[in-house]
Design a protein around this ligand. Structure first.
Ligand code: ADP
Length: 463
């Protein structure tokens, strides 16, 4: 049994250590209500004590003033009764008020809030008058008492004549019931408020518990995502070798002299498919490298005109096949830019390739120009193709994003090209923007910082 409890405690500690949110939750649950309760109680105690003190000094003062007046009016019961009634009207907590005159050594009631006491000896308080007789002559003595109707104060005061002889007594009973009731109400309100706070904390707790679930789930999902990435890059690596073998043999067969036309066409198809597969594998490996920060960049001062012209030449056949006009407009002299030439080529390939792929008729133009104000070299790849809607433009640079619609139906692709392009450009301190109207065409503009010579001229320079 003890072992089981210890096991549970150990498990709880491990859980709390792995999920610090639990400690935070416990803190919320226990410490906050306790702090609230303690401070509430202290505040209430202080407020009640203060109220009592005020009430007590008020009663004492009232009795002292009354005793002074009563010393001359002890033979005028009607006046004393009126005074008692008016005092009672001002303070409803007064439950008894008795004025006695010493007759034959005994306290005879001459006026009282309760008229039935008048004319009788105040037997109930006689001993108290005797006990406090000496000390209550110039100041009220206040004693706390608990009766059936709750806490009360009894204030005693002697009445003296002009020659300081004790001639009577005054007694006031003040009920604390009202004060206690107000304090009690305050306590109940505080408890109610506390209950609401605890309820709120429980609601928070329930949400917190869900957050803990989500955290665990998120961690698992991350692990699975990592496993997927590892698998994908491992599979892509493994596919590369057999694919290279296939392409090697296709090339070998294509070189055979006695190859008839049908077989030559078959081989061409195999080669195109293998090429596609090889590009896809390349993209998957690039995604993995970029995500894990393993992509290496070798920055070299690069002549943009030369890079663009070289790249365009590789697309001449593809553009011709589709009947598209492929052209280049470049400023004769452009500052160089610092990029990894292979990756820069890859960016141009993706953008020009897409422009040709998503254009049915018209032309694809590549413009390279220098922007002196921004000190950057930009390349604008324009096409008169299907264009991209404003809605699709928002997610275009996301991984695996492909525009779905009748225009793109039948056009093959993975949706990785633009994501890789975007990442490569950002890694090389460049920017990419898109201007496009659906049905009219698209312009992708990429810009890189120009290498400016010390004289400020925008021309080539070695760093
Ligand atoms: P894909 O392999 O599908 O071409 P990309 O990441 O290169 O992947 O492009 C993502 C999507 O953006 C494409 O599926 C296409 O719908 C759209 N797209 C890219 N370039 C153009 C363009 N020049 N004109 C119209 N749509 C384009």
């Amino acid at each position: 049994m003890l072992k089981l409890i210890l096991q549970h405690i150990a498990r709880g500690i491990t859980l709390a250590r792995n999920n610090p949110q639990i400690i935070y939750t416990l803190f919320l649950m226990v410490v906050i209500p306790l702090a609230f309760l303690a401070s509430g109680q202290r505040f209430l105690q202080a407020a009640t004590a203060n109220q009592e003190r005020l009430e007590k000094s008020g009663v004492g003062l009232m009795q002292d003033i009354f005793a002074d007046v009563a010393s001359e009016k002890l033979n005028d019961p009607a006046f004393l009764t009126r005074m008692i009634e008016s005092l009672r009207t001002n303070n409803e907590n007064i439950t008894e008020f008795v004025v006695t005159r010493i007759e034959g050594g005994r306290p005879l009631v001459v006026a009282a809030l309760d008229p039935s006491l008048v004319g009788k000896i105040d037997v109930e308080n006689e001993s108290v008058y005797a006990d406090f007789g000496g000390m209550m002559k110039d100041k009220s003595v206040i004693i706390q008492n608990t009766s059936e109707s709750g806490r009360e104060w009894k204030a005693y005061r002697g009445i003296e004549n002009a020659s300081s002889t004790l001639i009577g007594h005054a007694l006031t009973v003040v009920s604390m019931r009202n004060i206690d009731m107000v304090a009690m109400r305050g306590i109940w309100n505080a408890y109610l408020f506390l209950a609401v706070i605890i309820l709120l904390i429980f609601v928070l707790l329930a949400r917190q518990a869900r957050i803990i679930d989500y955290t665990v789930l998120y961690r698992k999902l991350k692990e699975i995502d990592q496993m997927k990435d590892d698998f994908l890059s491992m599979a892509a690596h493994e596919l590369r070798t057999p694919l290279a073998v296939i392409r090697g043999y296709v090339e070998l067969l294509q070189g055979m002299k006695n190859l008839d036309e049908k077989n030559a066409e078959n081989l061409r198809r195999i080669d195109i498919s293998a090429l596609h597969l090889s590009a896809l594998i390349g993209d998957i490996l690039d995604v993995a490298r970029l995500e894990q920060g393993r992509m290496k960049f070798e920055f070299v001062d690069t002549d943009v005109n030369e890079a663009v012209k070289n790249m365009l030449s590789t697309f001449t056949v593809a553009a011709q096949d589709k009947g598209l006009a492929l052209s280049c407009e470049a400023e004769p002299v452009l500052p160089k830019i610092s990029v990894d030439q292979t990756r820069f080529g890859q960016i141009l390939t993706n953008l020009i390739g897409n422009a040709i792929k998503y254009t049915k008729a018209g032309n694809v133009t590549v413009k390279a120009y220098f922007e002196p104000k921004k000190k950057q070299v930009s390349i604008r790849v324009s096409d008169t193709g299907i264009g991209i809607s404003a809605e699709d433009q928002k997610g275009l640079f996301g991984k695996f994003y492909r525009v779905k619609g009748p225009e793109t139906e039948g056009i093959q692709g993975s949706g990785l090209g633009l994501w890789i392009t975007y990442k490569l450009i950002t890694e090389m301190q460049g920017t990419i923007t898109l201007e496009s109207i659906k049905g009219k065409g698209s312009d992708f503009i990429i810009s890189f910082p120009a290498i400016i010579s010390a004289s400020g001229e925008g021309k080539s320079e070695n760093r």
